[in-house]
Design a protein around this ligand. Sequence first.
Ligand SMILES: Cc1cc2nc3c(=O)[nH]c(=O)nc-3n(C[C@H](O)[C@H](O)[C@H](O)COP(=O)(O)O)c2cc1C
Length: 182
Amino acid sequence: MKKYILSLLAGTFMTSALPANAKTLVTYFTLTGNTEKAAKIIQEETSADIYQIELVTPYPSEYREQTELAKQQLKDNVLPEIKPLPANIDEYDVVFVGSPVWWGTMSTPVRTFLASGALKGKTVFPFVTHGGGGASNSFSDTAELCKDCNVDQDGWSGYEGLTFGLKKWAKNSLEKTAKNEE
Ligand SMILES: Cc1cc2nc3c(=O)[nH]c(=O)nc-3n(C[C@H](O)[C@H](O)[C@H](O)COP(=O)(O)O)c2cc1C
């Protein structure tokens, strides 16, 4: 209870008690491979399972068409349909969620995933790759979309395919969950 009240007062991230054998999943969406590269590094660092979020109807291949479609979807709050999630997703306690930054926020396929309810009660560590604009609203929007999960808004962001600090961040993130378990 003390932990909960402190968390509310400080507005900081705290996990609920996690089991000693907490299972970790890395999920990501990618169009051009940058976020996938980061996801695979996290997977290696944390010995997690990995799952790629995919669209039922793939995005256009031309950049301008991609940005126009994304802009429209974000404006209209459209959540594009994604392929079925792993059947065992309930087994995971900790989920790293990766996305390219689109118009200052998480990409629309990841928004679909976050809003799906599949992450209910789980600890979520968001990470993004971007083209120079930084994470912008990605992490606060993750918490907004996934209201019933425990989002650590101290996410990782990297420019395109650069992955400075990523391994350390992934390791520290998992250590936080272990500390909160004590
Ligand atoms: C639809 C769209 C919107 C984008 N919007 C932004 C943005 O707002 N800020 C930014 O820094 N980069 C933006 N980018 C660049 C991507 O975030 C960046 O290239 C990212 O690393 C791509 O990741 P991926 O290779 O995993 O798809 C955008 C790219 C696309 C396709």
